[in-house]
Design a protein around this ligand. Structure first.
Ligand code: 5GP
Length: 211
């Protein structure tokens, strides 16, 4: 054993209200070539949006397929969000963490609560909009949802924002690059926590023959 060993990878949960830019922050983070980090791909029963690819953005499933994954214990967490099921398949997450890699889960607050209950060491980050008006503008400008979907997401926004109280870190997304800098800094400091390491102090004992 070397004198300092890392204990597996971290589970990093990123949540925030619909339209806040979580996906953009995650993409920007991964494009920065941080070492040893991967993004989990969720399963969902939501229909693919224009430009979304199965296996890259999500694993698109029927309700029957999704429910069968839940029954078979294949999900780390799952929740119904805005009327559709979303869940994190366990296998990718555990394989990556065992290999010492950090895994980012971009999931809703119900899922984040389940993850924290089962994995106390998970780090929960909440992405906040600078203002409510800003959030509404972003959902509308995205132009990917129907009017009914937009309405649902705006009605859910208050409860989603309130959940920020239970997170470890808050990052205001006033600007995508600054917000990503802060997320990156949080991950870096979490990686430096003493309790993330196994320290072999004996290997630091001076022996005469080392002169
Ligand atoms: P969207 O439909 O906009 O891609 O995602 C809607 C919401 O579902 C977002 O808040 C997103 O974070 C959440 N979500 C995506 N994947 C998962 C997942 O695997 N589990 C949970 N609990 N929520 C998810």
């Amino acid at each position: 054993m070397s004198c300092i060993d890392r204990k597996g990878g971290h589970l990093i949960v990123i949540s925030g209200p619909s339209g806040v830019g979580k996906g953009t922050v995650c993409r920007e983070l991964l494009s920065r070539d941080m070492k040893d980090i991967g993004l989990s791909v969720s399963a969902t029963t939501r229909k693919p949006r224009l430009g979304e690819t199965n296996g890259i953005n999500y694993f698109f499933k029927t309700i029957e397929e999704f429910e069968s994954m839940v029954r078979n214990g294949e999900m780390l967490e799952f929740a119904k969000v805005h009327g559709n099921y979303y869940g994190t398949p366990k296998s990718f997450v555990f394989d990556q963490m065992e290999a010492g890699k950090d895994v980012i889960l971009e999931i809703d607050i119900q899922g984040a609560t389940q993850v924290k209950q089962n994995y106390h060491e998970a780090v929960l980050l909440f992405i906040m909009p600078p203002t409510f008006e800003d959030l509404i503008k972003r959902i509308r400008n995205r132009g990917t949802e129907s009017e009914e979907d937009i309405r649902k997401r705006m009605l859910n926004a208050h409860a989603e924002i309130e959940a920020a109280d239970h997170y470890d870190y808050i990052v205001v997304n006033d600007n995508i690059f600054d917000a990503t800098d802060r997320v990156q800094a949080i991950i870096t400091s979490e990686r430096c926590r003493r309790d993330r390491y196994i320290l072999d102090f004996d290997s630091f004992t001076y022996k005469e023959e080392q002169k």
